[in-house]
Design a protein around this ligand. Structure first.
Ligand code: FE2
Ligand code: FE2
Length: 277
């Protein structure tokens, strides 16, 4: 498919419209160089807003981002972790895992999740896939990616503890498979026992994480908070894994309470053990 037409498809997946005219305007052979220069977004932005609305401006920026991702993906081959981190800092994700689908991100947007919560979900999905691949176990990577992407869907309605339960209901309404809604429902505090659920006023059932895919998502969720929230000074993402137990022991925000900390320790030890094999 020619590059301009690819942009029609990604716009359609993202916002439900092709923005044919906009993408043809950006890729116009005579002017494409200046229209891809991000220092000139301010210059073209107002005209684009007048013609295509604010969504048009946002699709313009997405167009530039997609082009950067494709160019970097071609040029870099297998980039180092540091380089990937640097590119991600600017919102550029070359070689995005095929398991992370634009249509799923779109479901999160349409459900009304805040941009920060979507960014968190995306980061958890990337981290979970990275961990899953490092374990070299025969895992269902689609379940890892989608379970991670959707785990906080309930935050579209509430950030309270019930976001697990509410998210699972929303997921069922969207027709997500039960193994994904299970992750959404069970991710609170890393998988509660029925007794803890009763104490917290949640529906009384066993929220134990039976599948390795589920435990990887929950471990990635905790690591992502530690990595992205800036409360712990870290030189690298790897340091969050190395100091995981110390961080959870020292910081109630991450360790919560004794049974929760113990569960996270178990996931950490199990997954690190597999990765060390
Ligand atoms: Fe959550
Ligand atoms: Fe989360």
């Amino acid at each position: 498919m020619p590059p301009t037409e690819k942009h029609f498809v990604t716009s359609r997946n993202r916002v439900g419209q092709d923005y044919v005219e906009l993408h043809r305007w950006i890729d116009d052979p005579v002017n494409k160089n200046e229209r891809h220069d991000f220092t000139r977004i301010w210059e073209f932005g107002p005209t684009i807003r007048d013609r295509f609305g604010e969504e048009g401006v946002s699709e313009y920026i997405e167009h530039l981002r997609e082009d950067m991702e494709n160019k970097f993906a071609k040029l870099l081959g297998e980039p180092s972790a540091e380089l990937l981190q640097a590119l991600r800092y600017f919102g550029i994700r070359p070689n995005r895992a095929p398991e992370i689908k634009e249509s799923d991100l779109n479901l999160l947007r349409r459900a009304g999740m805040a941009a920060a919560d979507i960014a968190h979900s995306l980061k958890v999905a990337e981290k979970a896939l990275e961990l899953a691949k490092r374990t070299k176990q025969p895992l269902d990577l689609e379940l890892v990616a989608r379970g991670a992407l959707f785990h906080d869907l309930g935050k579209a309605r509430t950030h309270a503890m019930e976001h697990g339960m509410i998210g699972a209901e929303m997921g069922r309404e969207l027709g997500l498979p039960p193994e994904i809604t299970a992750i959404m429902e069970k991710h609170i505090r890393g998988g509660l026992s029925s007794q803890e659920a009763a104490e917290l006023g949640l529906p009384i059932k066993d929220y134990t994480l039976h599948r390795l895919e589920e435990r990887i998502v929950i471990y990635a969720d905790r690591l992502t908070d530690i990595i992205t929230e800036g409360l712990v000074a870290l030189a690298s993402e790897a340091e969050a894994e190395q100091r995981f137990e110390e961080i959870l022991r020292d910081m109630v925000k991450y360790g919560k309470n004794r049974p929760t900390t113990e569960r996270y320790f178990n996931y950490h030890r199990e997954i690190q053990g597999l990765m060390a094999l």
